[in-house]
Design a protein around this ligand. Structure first.
Ligand SMILES: NC(=O)c1ccc[n+]([C@@H]2O[C@H](COP(=O)([O-])OP(=O)(O)OC[C@H]3O[C@@H](n4cnc5c(N)ncnc54)[C@H](O)[C@@H]3O)[C@@H](O)[C@H]2O)c1
Ligand SMILES: [Zn+2]
Length: 345
């Protein structure tokens, strides 16, 4: 099933419920370069054997300008021209690198994404943000450019480790909290194993729904001046604790969503039941709601957030499940809630 969406920065073809292997057969081998990591090249050797393929080490540390420099030289050696299409086959690390490299190589060549993680399928591959890190500053160097296509093949998820499934579900739960009370209810009736074992229609429908939510947001606000900010729900506190405790992103977002709920009760009049429901939901998807944080230290990092304006931060809160708002919160309010979270756990 295919559909196209046109953004200010380009038109993207979404190829849902498709086979990566069959799709690659239709690509022009002369003018295609695949980019993947060592891990996926080892798991799926057959996919890459007929193509010019660049394989990089797995992991976030590959998202650097050093990698971009090295890959630029590799593309030149492979005689990649402006007619070449670069296709990233991998998780968010690979699709971020692919999009950035392709949008600057020779001032921009075509590119496509084949996300292989759940998080990639519902989040990282969607929206046109591409970038690399500079030291600890995540995604600080980047472009906004859309891939020509994104192909969704859920067969890849058969080899995805459980922790990576949970990371993907943290973002899915995020969409449910901010946009979609029906999805929240459906996720609450099911569990991670339901989607893992089934991997059929239910999972595919969930992925397509998340893609639609992210696209709708990006269409309204490609440059993140307004509604796209809502996608940061759970992420402000998550960013503060993620590096501090070396937590996987999804786990940090789970904790961040609980903290955002506590703030929502305090300043947005959200019913306490939402926090209780969210905690139950997180546990069904193997995400922690409780964690032993050091509130003072977390606050120090939070004060360095990009979204800081004087002594406030724009925070994403819920009025109820499915309705999110942006509120400028004074540091003192956030610190109080972090301290309460610390003493609750
Ligand atoms: N551009 C955006 O809008 C956006 C949004 C969200 C996240 N991101 C970025 O995405 C990255 C995180 O993405 P991710 O969670 O996909 O992580 P990832 O790309 O690091 O992949 C996670 C791990 O899973 C492995 N893996 C991938 N597919 C697999 C498969 N099918 N079977 C077995 N193992 C597999 C990878 O080798 C890696 O070890 C971060 O760098 C983040 O900044 C970008
Ligand atoms: Zn995230």
């Amino acid at each position: 099933m295919q559909q196209s969406v046109t953004f200010p920065s380009g038109t993207v073809k979404y190829i849902f419920q498709s086979s990566c292997e069959e799709f690659l057969q239709t690509c022009d081998k002369q003018h295609t370069v695949l980019l993947t990591n060592e891990h996926l090249a080892g798991l799926y050797p057959g996919l890459f054997k007929d193509f010019k393929t660049i394989v990089i080490p797995a992991g976030e540390t590959s998202k650097s300008l050093d990698t971009i420099n090295r890959l630029t030289k590799e593309l030149l050696l492979m005689e990649a021209t402006r007619k070449t299409t670069l296709i990233g086959v991998g998780g968010g690390v690979i699709t971020d690198i692919t999009g950035f490299l392709a949008s600057v190589y020779m001032r921009g060549i075509s590119f496509g994404f084949i996300p292989t993680t759940l998080l990639g399928m519902v989040d990282a591959a969607i929206g046109g943000k591409n970038g690399v890190n500079a030291g600890l500053n995540k995604n600080i160097i980047g472009t906004i450019a859309q891939p020509q296509f994104i192909l969704f093949d859920t067969h890849f998820l058969e080899t995805l480790p459980d922790d990576e499934w949970s990371n993907g579900f943290a973002e899915i739960i995020k969409y449910a909290c901010i946009f979609d009370a029906d999805m929240f209810a459906k996720l609450s009736r099911n569990s991670i194993s339901y989607y893992q074992d089934d991997r059929g229609e239910a999972l595919k429908a969930l992925i397509e729904k998340c893609v639609a939510w992210k696209n709708k947001t990006v269409l309204e606000d490609e440059k993140e001046n307004g509604v796209r900010k809502l996608l940061n729900f759970g992420h402000t506190a998550a960013h503060a604790i993620e590096n501090m405790y070396e937590l996987p992103h999804g786990k940090a977002v789970g904790i961040g969503m609980v903290i955002a709920c506590m703030l929502s009760e305090e300043v947005a009049g959200m019913d306490q039941k939402v926090q209780a429901d969210l905690k139950k939901l997180l546990s069904k998807y193997h995400l922690p709601a409780r964690f032993n944080i050091n509130a003072a230290k977390a606050m120090e990092i939070l004060k360095m957030d990009k979204k800081r304006i004087d002594d406030t931060i724009d925070y994403i809160l819920l009025e109820k499940v499915g309705t999110a708002v942006v509120r400028s919160l004074p540091f003192a309010v956030i610190e109080n809630v972090l301290t309460q979270y610390e003493s609750d756990n």
